[in-house]
Design a protein around this ligand. Sequence first.
Ligand SMILES: Nc1ncnc2c1ncn2[C@@H]1O[C@H](COP(=O)(O)OS(=O)(=O)O)[C@@H](OP(=O)(O)O)[C@H]1O
Ligand SMILES: Nc1ncnc2c1ncn2[C@@H]1O[C@H](COP(=O)(O)OP(=O)(O)O)[C@@H](O)[C@H]1O
Length: 200
Amino acid sequence: MSTNIFWQESPIGKTERQKLLNQKGCVVWITGLSGSGKSTLACSLSRELYTRGKLSYILDGDNLRHGLNKDLGFKAEDRVENIRRVGEVAKLFADAGLICIASLISPYRKDRDAYFSAFIKHLVYMNMSLQLCEARDPKGLYKLARAGKIKGFTGIDDPYESPLNCEIELKEKEGECPSPVTMAEEVIAYLEAKGFLQNQ
Ligand SMILES: Nc1ncnc2c1ncn2[C@@H]1O[C@H](COP(=O)(O)OS(=O)(=O)O)[C@@H](OP(=O)(O)O)[C@H]1O
Ligand SMILES: Nc1ncnc2c1ncn2[C@@H]1O[C@H](COP(=O)(O)OP(=O)(O)O)[C@@H](O)[C@H]1O
């Protein structure tokens, strides 16, 4: 624990940065099971924002585990620390004026809520059935988990606590999943309605 530390103010604040970028910094946090389409939506959303001249940056759980979070595994305390670190990084990106898209399983309600009450106000829940995610299984991880070769896999032998409140819930309709662009448009419509895409 650090002691004797002080906050150093910056001469250029969030308001000035937002004016420079012509957008409002925020965090869009995408939660859901492995294979639910988090990364696909994050990419589609980032592309759609780019075509509208809005700067975003994706924090993808899988990618961050190659660097910043390479010391973390999948036991409960590591997942908690994973969310804490990504939450803090996301906060910095939003403060920098970017639309930060965090895409993590983030399975525990308590940890998500800790950050949402503080600064993340835009939670997107990929409410796809385990059946669909398992049928997709693009990395073959569900198959390994079912065979007992991966222990503590979310949705199989580790919990996923679905959000009780979220700003956007994306789900299958009659067994069909909306296209990534359709889902991205839904998020963009939400951000637009909230004034996050207006020029500052
Ligand atoms: N045990 C276990 N449980 C869940 N997921 C696992 C596990 N082991 C490896 N993987 C792979 O790690 C990706 C999830 O990382 P996250 O950082 O998003 O997870 S978490 O938020 O800390 O729960 C996840 O990526 P996505 O499929 O993109 O969600 C998996 O590819
Ligand atoms: N909206 C969608 N419609 C059809 N297939 C999708 C959709 N979103 C994702 N997929 C496919 O599902 C698989 C898992 O998607 P991914 O984005 O990697 O999920 P996650 O990041 O949640 O693990 C990939 O093969 C991807 O192409």
